[in-house]
Design a protein. Sequence first.
Length: 572
Amino acid sequence: MKPVIYQLLVRLAGNRNHSAKPFGTIDENGCGKFNDLDDHFLQSLRHFGITHLWLTGVIEHASCTDYSKFGIEPDNPLVVKGLAGSPYAIKDYYDVCPDLAESVDNRMQEFAALIARCHDAGLKPIIDFVPNHVARQYQSDQKPAGVEDLGQNDDKAKAFSPQNNFYYIPDQPLNLPREVFDLQHVKKTKPALFIENPAKVTGNDQFSNSPAISDWYETVKLNYGVDYLGGKTKHFDPLPDTWKKMLDILFFWASKGISGFRCDMAEMVPVEFWEWAIQRVKNKYPEILFIAEIYNPRAYQIYFEKGGFDYLYDKDGMYDTMREIMTGRKPASELTEVWQNLQGLDRYMLRFLENHDEQRVASPQFAGNPMAGIPAMAVAATMHKGPVMIYFGQELGESAPDAPGFSGDDGRTTIFDYYHVPTFQKWFNNGKCNEELLSEEQKNLRKQYERLLKLCQEQVIRNGEFYDLMWFNQSFNDFEKNKIFAFLRWDDSVFWLVVANFSHYESQQIRIRVPKHFGELARIQPDIKLTTIAIVYQTPLPENIPFYVLAESGLEVVVNPLNYTVIGLKKN
């Protein structure tokens, strides 16, 4: 199967509370639970065309909610972003978030039951592995017997030691950003002063005891044996202690039945660790996927070939270019350069328009119109063999309105606050998972996404070859290269013509030509007649078209604004 990944933040997805109090507590604004993602919900996703479910925010992270009566040490709000906290400030690698359990004492059992339900529904569950940094107050109270905690045996007098788990700034205490003390959730909770001496290095490689408010000040960086202040020299022999501890964590979660790890900020961890760790996990669990969040195209090749990742984020190329096209700042023809720059890695790139880090397509900070995602998603989903992902609510036109708390009104769905996702909550409908509360526009949008996701499993999209038509067509006067992107997916028996129109307002009536070069490649004789099949198309088509006509004068197609068409052409 072509992986079709659905990302959701468990904390928000199952929430039935409609309260939208800024900086609201878990009691005021509610919180989704593992048990909310029941059989009916999961079957609904599977029917929608989803193959993999990325459960975000599963592992226990720092939070302002007090679970001390359950034996969980409270966190200081000065080093927590928002009342709910960031899912990427891990507090205990061997536990799940207590917010997500109906019975806190049975939280791991409730998580295990969700994983079992996913498999029963035909969905492959993915969780985050956050290897680069942890919460400043990291402390595992659920680690297995015999496991030493991160930093437990560190020599804190040394700025760097290959056997330390953290980096230190000796003889200097941590100075938190001044702005932290003015945050509303901090004023609300009135915490005691947070003391860290010596200061640990901040998660985003800030080797200073005074991180800025824009830094990942709530996290500390893990040490994989790279001496950053000593010329980035590598000390991998003997094996750094952090390597062993993180491999044990990977094995712990793999044993829970998950199907994959989305590896947060993978390129901030040396590729040598990934080469060593992924191979060992796959020797025992060969089907587990490793997906790298990576933003440096120069590192793609080495993290795939040497690191051993199955898939890489296509953020710097596809997402960034697609966003510029969707907002009219670049011509659609620039997508050609995107795939060419990948140098053959197309089938290993994870493509998306939204995730927890990015602004919603429908938000005024992005496109301001959910329909802008349709032609873009058509290209992202069908262009190559690699996986595609959508973020919960994207298929309903979620625009992330308002400022829920620590996360401001920035077009993103909050990962820091107790809140809800309005459009998704309408579809979730207290667990009914139906369309009765949706507007006609939302129903139509969801149907369009469903159709696209199901097209992904057609043989020619899953396994067929790709042929870019832009180089041949954009020089003709009857072709619009700024708003149209056209390509073929093909195999021995059929080829599909995919044409996307990124114009917000204008239908495009254009001719698409298929060059003789493609005919030679696909072994199609010039006089052979091709039967046309309207896969996604409303306008009447000629029943047959000779290939030489397709090459010389082309096929006339009409594509509505913010839409796409797919036409099949089959050899007689």
